[in-house]
Design a protein around this ligand. Structure first.
Ligand code: F6R
Length: 366
């Protein structure tokens, strides 16, 4: 049932090229310039008339929501706020009737997300679900939705659900950009083509497995680890850190790279591994100067870079290369080596990768 892999998590990491394709199949037609999902088409006016989009979710799904905040605002120019479902529901939130709420949940059963949806509905918002489990409570409770087609995710640590959520949310952003005329046609076409190429680029990113394993062997006993990223890859830094903590029990924190000097820099010494997400777009020069600041304090740099990079390579202790793609799609690639790194560290520490202590696959209590 693990398909020859040692763990469900590894199997699910390797399924990402095919499940991302399953998720856009029938919805994305780059040759015709079309992105369409029935749930969005049927409610297109609600989306295009929205003054604001609120994304509510927990955990990894909340991280996918954060990526979507950057993508939707850039493509469709609609303000987006991303909320932890648990905070949203207990705050008497302000919700306007022309708000669109997008609830993101792999399981479709997360208690806080479900309660937040009910509250948003009571206040008159249109609620759209992005779920992986067909017929789940959240998919039934929302007005409309679009499923991710990740297939069953057994490993407690979410992997393929995350990248398929980003795929759906990016398709929504593209559809809204087209409807609102907020993106020029050549950028729109380029993004459709690039999204279609993502599965094969994820396949290529999976070839970082060996280097990720080697790096894992060097840092497996580190007590702490920092993850830094900017822009579209700031949420990936958060997700990378969450993956490491939940399966290897190493304390890890993700930060927007520029926030480093506002506190976390105090932690840096020769014992601190710092994973820096530094694709050639995404404020590359700024990230390079962050790397220089870390090296000046003897921190150990593990950098995720675009294939062919030389500038970061010259500074970093280790580099992991991923293929080039359009800026807003880089999270779909930078995530992959971080999943592999956490996986190998957890295996080397003899942790229960698929069922980490204290965690449940779906959190149906608040
Ligand atoms: C982390 C993880 C959790 C879930 C969170 C939300 O790897 O799996 O953080 O992402 O519990 O779950 P869903 O998406 O099912 O609502």
């Amino acid at each position: 049932e693990k398909g020859g892999y040692d763990h469900f998590m590894l199997k699910e990491i390797y399924e990402q090229p095919s499940v991302i394709k399953d998720t856009y199949r029938g919805r994305l037609h780059a040759d015709k310039g079309i992105v369409q999902m029935a749930g969005v088409e049927d409610n297109l006016e609600k989306f295009t008339n929205a003054n604001r989009i609120l994304i509510i979710a927990c955990g990894t799904s909340w991280h996918a929501g954060l990526v979507a905040e950057y993508v939707i605002e850039e493509f469709a120019r609609i303000p987006v706020e991303v909320e932890y479902a648990s905070e949203f529901r207990y705050r008497n939130p302000i919700i306007y009737p022309d708000d669109v709420v997008i609830a993101v949940s792999q399981s479709g059963e997360t208690a806080d997300t479900l309660a937040a949806i009910k509250l948003a509905k009571e206040k008159g918002a249109f609620v759209f679900g992005v779920c992986n489990v067909v017929g789940s409570s959240i998919s039934r409770e929302t007005h409309a939705g679009a499923y991710t087609h990740a297939g069953p995710e057994i490993g407690v640590a979410s992997t393929k659900a995350f990248t398929t959520q980003i795929t759906v949310l990016t398709m929504i952003a593209l559809r809204l950009a087209k409807a609102k005329g907020t993106m020029n046609n050549s950028d729109y076409q380029r993004y459709l083509l690039e999204l279609e190429l993502i599965p094969e680029k994820v396949e290529e990113a999976l070839q970082t497995n060996e280097v990720a394993k080697t790096i894992a062997g060097i840092y497996k006993d580190a007590p702490n680890c920092l993850y830094l990223g900017r822009g579209y890859n700031f949420p990936v830094a958060l997700e990378g850190a969450l993956k490491l903590k939940e399966i290897s029990y190493i304390h890890a924190e993700g930060y927007p790279a520029a926030e480093m000097k506002h506190g976390p820099i105090a932690l840096i010494d020769e014992h601190m591994p710092i994973v820096v997400i530094a694709p050639k777009q995404n404020h590359y020069d700024k990230v390079v100067s962050n790397i220089q600041e870390i090296k000046a304090r003897s921190g150990k740099i593990i950098a995720v870079v675009t294939k062919g990079d030389t500038q970061v390579r010259a500074l970093a202790d280790h580099v992991i290369e991923i293929p080039d793609t359009s800026e807003a799609l880089t999270p779909l690639l930078t995530t992959i080596p971080l999943q592999l790194l956490s996986y190998h560290i957890a295996v080397m520490r003899e942790c229960n990768v698929d069922q980490p202590r204290n965690l449940a696959k779906s959190v149906t209590v608040e």
